[in-house]
Design a protein around this ligand. Structure first.
Ligand code: KG4
Ligand code: ZN
Length: 363
C-alpha cells in the first residue's frame, strides 16, 4: 500500500483561477476544490483576453489557495508537494501559476511538480471513478478536442483531434452569431431543445476523410451563411429560425463526434481489446445530445462509457493535484527551472495540431 499523499494543485491556464487539495488513499479524496471563473471580465470582448486573464490570475491565486487550504482543514505544513499547470495554455496565465507554485515551493521546501493541463483532464476518470489503465479519453472543451489512448500518467497516444476550432469554441461562436449569451454551449443547447434539427442540413466536416481528425470552423461559417440568407429573405430571424439553427448545429457536432468516436474506438479496440472503456472530459461533455450520441456509439461497440461529474470535467485544480499525485508517485518532481509552456503535446510522437485558438494553443 503506497503512502498517503496530500497535494495542493493550481490551475490558471485559461479563464479559471483554481486551487485544490487532494489526498490519495484507498480512494482519492478531494478535500477542497475552488474555482474562480472570469466570464464577467471577458464578457464585453467576445472571447478570453489573454492580458486580462493573466492579471486576474495573479490577483486571485493567493485567495484561492487560502480558501482551498481553509476548506480542506490543512496548512502548508500538511502538504507533501505542490502541483501546478505548466502548460499548454495562455502563457501569461500559465506563468502566473508557475511563479506562484515556485514561490510556495521555495518558501516551504515542498517538492514542485509541473503538470500538463491535458493530462489533468485525461487522468480525471482515475480520480473520480478509479478507472484502470488503459482507456480511451475524448477531451472536448472550449480549447481542446482530441482522442487519447491513456496508458499511464506520462503515456499517451493521440489518435486524432481538431485541426481548427474546438467544439466548445464553435458553440460559443454560434451563440455569438445568433445573439445568445456566453458561454454558448448551454444557451445553444437550450434553444436546440425547441428546434427542428432537420430544417437546415449543415455540413459534417471531415467525415468524408478517413481517420479521427476533426474540423469545426466550417460548420460555423455554414451557419453564418444560413443566418444571413434568412435575414436577406425575411428581414430578420424569428425565434423558431434561431432554435432550428441551434438544433441543426448541435446535431452536426454530435454526428461528427459520434462518427469520429466510432473510428477512434475501432482503432483503440485493435490496440487494447480487453475491458475497453471510453471516458469524456471537457465542458462540451455536459451537452445532453452529444453525451447521448457518445453513449449510443459506446453501447453499439460494447465499450463502457464514463463521464466524470461536470465540475470535474471542466477546468479545475483537483485534476491538476491528482495528476501531480500520479507523477509524484512515479518519482517525478521538477525544480526551479520548470518552464511555462504555451504548447505541450501529450503525445510527443504525434504531429503538432494546427492552429492557435482563442483559448490558447491546440497543443
Ligand atoms: O472545459 P471547459 O470549462 O473550459 C475549457 O474550454 O477549457 O469548457 C468550456 C466550453 C465552452 O466553450 C462552453 O460553451 C462549452 O464548454 N459548453 C458546452 C455546454 N456547456 C459548456 N458546449 C455544449 N453544450 C453544453 N451544454
Ligand atoms: Zn481544460
Amino acid at each position: 500500500m503506497s503512502k498517503t499523499i496530500t497535494m495542493l494543485g493550481l490551475e490558471s491556464s485559461c479563464d479559471d483561477t483554481a486551487a485544490a487539495v487532494v489526498r490519495s488513499g484507498a480512494r482519492p479524496e478531494i478535500l477542497a476544490s475552488i474555482v474562480a471563473g472570469q466570464t464577467a471580465l471577458h464578457a464585453d470582448y467576445g472571447g478570453v483576453v489573454p492580458e486580462i486573464a493573466a492579471r486576474a490570475h495573479t490577483e486571485k491565486l493567493d485567495t484561492c489557495i487560502e480558501t482551498a487550504l481553509d476548506e480542506a482543514g490543512v496548512t502548508l505544513a500538511d502538504l507533501d508537494a505542490i502541483a501546478v499547470t505548466a502548460g499548454p495554455g495562455l502563457i501569461g496565465g500559465v506563468l502566473a501559476g508557475v511563479m506562484m507554485a515556485k514561490g510556495l515551493s521555495a518558501a516551504t521546501g515542498l517538492p514542485l511538480i509541473g503538470v500538463n493541463h491535458l493530462a489533468g483532464h485525461a487522468l480525471t476518470p482515475r480520480l473520480t471513478d478509479g478507472a484502470r489503465y488503459p482507456y480511451l479519453m475524448l477531451l472536448v472543451s472550449g480549447g481542446h478536442c482530441q482522442f487519447l489512448v491513456t496508458r499511464g500518467p506520462d503515456d499517451f497516444t493521440r489518435l486524432g483531434g481538431t485541426i481548427d476550432d474546438a467544439p466548445g469554441e464553435a458553440f460559443d461562436k454560434t451563440a455569438r452569431l445568433l445573439g445568445l449569451p456566453q458561454p454558448g454551449g448551454p444557451s445553444v443547447e437550450a434553444e436546440a431543445r425547441r428546434g427542428d434539427a432537420g430544417r437546415f442540413r449543415l455540413p459534417r466536416p471531415l467525415l468524408d476523410r478517413p481517420g479521427c481528425d476533426m474540423s469545426f470552423s466550417g460548420l460555423k461559417t455554414a451557419l453564418l451563411r444560413e443566418r444571413d440568407r434568412i435575414i436577406a429573405d425575411n428581414g430578420g430571424l424569428t425565434v423558431q429560425d434561431r432554435a432550428d439553427l441551434c438544433a441543426g448545429f448541435q446535431a452536426a457536432v454530435a454526428d461528427v463526434l459520434a462518427e469520429k468516436s466510432r473510428r477512434a474506438l475501432t482503432e483503440y479496440l485493435a490496440l487494447e481489446p480487453s475491458e475497453p472503456l471510453i471516458a469524456v472530459a471537457g465542458g462540451v461533455a455536459a451537452n445532453g445530445a452529444i453525451r447521448c450520441a457518445l453513449e449510443t456509439v459506446s453501447a453499439e461497440m460494447g465499450v463502457a462509457f464514463l463521464a466524470p461529474p461536470l465540475a470535474l470535467c471542466t477546468d479545475n485544480a483537483a485534476m491538476i493535484a491528482w495528476a501531480g499525485i500520479e507523477r509524484f508517485r512515479a518519482g517525478h518532481t521538477d525544480d526551479m527551472t520548470l518552464a511555462a509552456r504555451p504548447r505541450w503535446p501529450l503525445d510527443r510522437a504525434a504531429q503538432p495540431m494546427l492552429g492557435f485558438g482563442k483559448k490558447g494553443a491546440k497543443a
